[in-house]
Design a protein around this ligand. Structure first.
Ligand code: OGA
Ligand code: MN
Length: 206
């Protein structure tokens, strides 16, 4: 996984500039394969649930708006998850050092979009207790091609940026300012999605 200087430099420049960065090949093939296997183990154990929209008492599951199933990684299990946690924690430290973002939390969940499922245009809302600042999405889709659909579309100042959810690609963007959507795909679409956040008060109830 990439944590070296040039990658960090590119990422910081991109966040400070247009507010988003796309890094292909962040995850090597074997690491992506191991994370897919870990995702399948968790899914087989029944730990995924339909993702909701809204926060707190307003929270509802609306598959017509957001169609993925998610599993929170409250604690990493096994080498693959520990490695990705460590790499993302290193990234959090680098963003704090270079951009002084004061990020204190990392929340992460796996997401599975069945064929045809998407997530309509939205801003990532913060749960009580944290302020989501930087969104990260890491794609785990082996052999994905543009024809499979499922793009992430980010609404930037200079128009729509489309990201093909290829295996190993990392997308990072500012949570507060950039609306985005997930287009439906022709096949199952897998990712590890999360946020670097600042703690406000209390814990992180979901
Ligand atoms: C999200 C989200 C983007 C993606 O989970 O909030 O916008 O490409 N995900 O999966
Ligand atoms: Mn989102």
């Amino acid at each position: 996984m990439r944590t070296a200087g040039p990658f960090i430099g590119r990422l910081c420049d991109a966040l400070a500039g247009p507010g988003y960065a796309v890094e292909r090949g962040f995850l090597a093939q074997d690491a992506a394969r191991a994370l897919r296997a870990a995702l399948r183990v968790r899914d087989a154990a029944g730990t995924f649930h339909g993702a909701g929209i809204g926060v707190g008492a307003e929270r509802v599951v609306r598959p017509d708006i957001r169609g993925d199933r998610i599993c929170w990684l409250d604690a990493p299990e096994g080498a693959a998850e520990c490695d990705v946690f460590a790499a993302l924690e290193a990234l959090r430290g680098a963003l704090n050092r270079d951009l002084m973002l004061g990020l204190t939390e990392l929340e992460l969940h796996y997401a599975i979009y069945a064929p045809g499922a998407g997530y309509q245009r939205h801003l990532d809302r913060s749960p009580h207790g944290v302020e989501r600042t930087v969104t990260i999405v890491l794609y785990l889709n082996e052999g994905w091609g543009a024809a499979d659909g499922g793009e992430l579309v980010i609404a930037t100042d200079s128009g729509e940026q489309r990201v093909v959810p290829e295996e190993g690609t990392l997308v990072v963007f500012l949570s507060e300012g950039l609306e985005h959507e997930v287009r439906a795909a022709g096949r199952e679409r897998l990712s590890l999605t999360g946020w670097f956040s600042r703690r406000t008060v209390g814990g992180i109830p979901r």
